[in-house]
Design a protein around this ligand. Structure first.
Ligand SMILES: [Zn+2]
Length: 155
């Protein structure tokens, strides 16, 4: 498959022209780019980027310097989707909420930071709400306000 790559910035006119091909015997995937090569190949024949399976693991070989015999070898097994570490967000406890409300909601429910960003008021007949985001830990929650009393103009 042939390709042409352009610079994302339109002020630069450089392009890279090349092709992607599976090596004969299906040993690897070659990415050839016109004008670029690797140490051991004739000009016009080389491929500076090579993807292969080695000892059961996927790896990328890159000849980023044509005068160096050995490529950079980048193992890709840590990029396996099955290696993704999912960090569980701890649930908010009743104790945290009580402390936050008792402190009039001026410091983060989770990390205690005072860098809180409040969203627009959302009103109904019985409640007023606004979303709050902590500028430090980026967690979000909703402040709920209730009617607690009245002030009259009677004297
Ligand atoms: Zn926070």
């Amino acid at each position: 498959m042939d390709f042409i790559l352009r610079d994302v910035a339109e002020t630069h006119s450089g392009v890279a022209v090349g092709s992607v091909a599976v090596e004969k015997d299906m040993l690897g995937l070659l990415i050839k780019i016109r004008g670029y090569g690797d140490h051991d190949s004739q000009d016009g024949e080389g491929s500076p980027i090579f993807l292969e399976v080695h000892e059961g693991k996927l790896r990328l070989l890159v000849w980023d310097d044509i005068n160096q015999e050995e490529p950079r070898i980048i193992p890709l097994h840590r990029a396996l989707e099955s290696n993704r570490i999912v960090v569980a967000i701890p649930k908010t406890t009743a104790g945290q909420v009580d402390k936050y409300v008792a402190g009039n909601g001026v410091s983060c429910l989770h990390c205690g930071s005072g860098d809180l960003n409040c969203g627009d008021w959302d009103t109904s007949d019985t409640m007023v709400c606004r979303q709050v985001t902590c500028g430090d830990c980026n967690r979000t929650w909703t402040d709920e306000f209730k009617l607690i009393g009245v002030t009259t103009d009677e004297t």
